[in-house]
Ligand binder design. Structure first.
Ligand code: HAM
Length: 535
């Protein structure tokens, strides 16, 4: 059989967008553009400048900023496994590959001496790379290198003491174990697709010495973010955020209040109706403030542990505040009886919170206090807020944000105040569409119905002139009977058809048909432009 014949019989694979990702198509993209254009206008009017950070960053940036225990980082990150650029780490990775291959091969089992030498080389090399800061002890690496060392040491001890007869039989088994542990250590370049952009903006603030600019620095961004969540309406694995961050300067309550005012102005300009703003203060990380509250909360949760679901039970240990986030029906009554954070935060945080509310009142921003609003990222302190919108079902948070004063310092920069938010653009668009504010199908101003080669040259020229004057024009690439052409023009939602045949070309008087009322008129080129400008 010829190659061609085989190819024909093979069914080509049907490609589809990956689960949780999607194509944004016209006419919907027009609405996305409107939202983004409004962002540029409104945010600039509050003095924000646009930043476009990269879409992938070192994994460790997100681990440190967002928190290793959060769902976003521990479960949902898309890690990019790339060869490491550092030569020593790459050599370690090759060494590991070679040992792995030898361990599974029947013919080239490593000798005792060879294995002991190479596994020691691996452990030392990894330790050196850690010290150099080119790999970082993620939870897996940090623990497993100790396991490798232990397994190796066990082998050394056994051999040295010649403790029992059958040590040679045990050799293979221990080698396999050692290599298995080695395999769990991350030696790839630790990069990840960004699950959010606040960490990137703080990294950029430090990298570009923005603390030397007039403070605070106000930045905004828009673009795709990536989280491996279970896709559903309003929840995607590639989604889009529009965010703003204010870095540096004081932590004056007016700063946060103005930021929230900007958000509400933005939503109002887009005519997004039915939004609710929830605010809270989660204090700061000190024993006389949030830490004290968390201890109290944990103690109370322990008392009702049996009545809680598995997730909440786990969270009592990992992050008790997140229990307050629970949406489970049967947990609501229990949660309502738990101690409230507002009663435990320190006096400074209380004063700050009261001032934020006063500043919001001054600006006429309506809000409701929600003591259960704790947010799912570690960097927050004091003010947190969330906005919900209509028509979104269970995924109704359209925006979340808050203050994060320690974050820049945590990432190696100077002590810096910070506050910001991110809007879920996909959800914002969904809510606008549900409210009937979606984009209409794209229409054309003018469809050029031409017949004959003479008319074609004129049609090309007319299309150019009209487009240059700002009109959207459809020029059919092949000749169509006038009836057919007018039918197409209507299907495309064109407002006018410009009819060009031999008569029009010779007389210079072109026929313009209004497709809404079928009225026709003759106009020369100049008059046509003037007429369309007013139409
Ligand atoms: P976040 O609450 O994780 O905060 O996300 C902000 C918004 O992004 C959410 O309210 C939601 O509208 C949208 N969003 C999150 N995950 C998804 C998803 N899988 N599919 C669709 N939309 C989603 C942050 O990301 C913080 N960086 C916000 C911030 C900026 N805080 C201070 N500055």
């Amino acid at each position: 059989m010829s190659e061609g014949a085989t190819k024909k019989e093979e069914k080509p694979r049907k490609f589809q967008a990956i689960r949780g990702t999607r194509d944004l198509l016209p006419p919907e993209t027009a609405l996305w553009n409107r939202v983004e254009q409004t962002t540029h206008e409104v945010f600039a009017s509050y003095g924000f400048g646009e930043i476009r950070p990269p879409i992938f960053e070192p994994t460790e940036l997100f681990v440190r900023a967002v928190g290793g225990e959060t769902d976003i980082v521990s479960k949902e990150m898309f890690i990019l496994a790339e060869q490491h650029e550092d030569r020593d780490v790459l050599a370690l990775s090759h060494l590991r590959d070679a040992l792995t291959l030898m361990a599974v091969s029947a013919d080239h089992k490593p000798s005792v001496d060879f294995f002991l030498e190479k596994s020691a080389e691996f452990c030392d090399g990894y330790q050196a790379a850690l010290k150099k800061g080119v790999v970082y002890a993620d939870e897996r690496g940090g623990i497993k290198i100790e396991y490798v060392k232990e397994a190796r040491q066990h082998l050394v001890d056994t051999i040295a003491q010649d403790r029992f007869e059958g040590w040679r039989d045990r050799f293979d088994e221990t080698v396999r174990l050692c290599i298995q542990y080695m395999g769990l250590i991350t030696l790839e370049q630790g990069n990840a697709l960004r699950p959010e952009a606040t960490a990137s903006v703080c990294r950029a603030y430090i990298e570009h010495n923005m603390q030397q600019l007039p403070q605070p620095v106000k930045l905004y961004y828009m673009g795709p973010m990536f989280r491996r969540e279970r896709p559903q309406k309003g929840r995607y694995r590639q989604f889009h955020q529009i965010g703003a961050e204010i870095l540096g300067g004081p932590d004056a309550p007016a700063i946060g209040a103005e930021l929230i005012e900007m958000l509400m102005t933005f939503f109002a300009k887009l005519e997004l109706e039915g939004t609710t703003l929830d605010i809270n203060s989660i204090g700061h990380a000190a024993d006389n403030c949030r830490r004290g509250y968390v201890a109290k909360l944990k103690a109370e949760l322990e008392k009702v542990k049996d009545k809680l679901g598995a997730d909440s039970q786990r969270r009592i240990e990992t992050n008790p505040l997140r229990v307050l986030d629970s949406k489970l029906e049967h947990e609501q009554a229990i949660i309502a009886t738990l101690p409230k954070i507002a009663d435990y935060i320190c006096d400074d945080c209380k004063t700050h919170y009261a001032a934020v509310k006063r500043e919001l009142d001054l600006r006429g921003v309506k809000y409701q206090e929600n003591w259960r609003l704790v947010r799912g990222l570690d960097y927050y302190m004091r003010t947190t807020f969330e906005i919900t919108a209509r028509g979104l079902g269970s995924q109704n948070a359209v925006c979340g944000g808050g203050r994060y004063d320690g974050l820049v310092e945590l990432l190696g920069g100077p002590p810096t105040k910070g506050i910001g938010f991110a809007i879920g653009e996909d959800r914002l668009i969904l809510s606008l569409q549900e409210a009937g504010k979606g984009a209409a199908p794209q229409s054309r101003d003018v469809y050029i119905a031409w017949m004959g080669q003479n008319a074609y040259a004129t049609a090309i020229r007319a299309a150019k002139t009209l487009r240059a004057a700002g009109f959207s024009v459809e020029l059919p690439p092949t000749e169509l009977k006038f009836g057919k052409a007018l039918e197409r023009a209507s299907k495309l939602g064109s407002r006018f058809a410009l009819i060009l045949g031999d008569n029009e070309v010779t007389s210079g008087e072109w026929t313009l048909k209004n497709l809404a009322n079928a009225e026709q008129q003759k106009l020369n080129e100049q008059a046509l432009l003037e007429y369309l400008r007013k139409a």
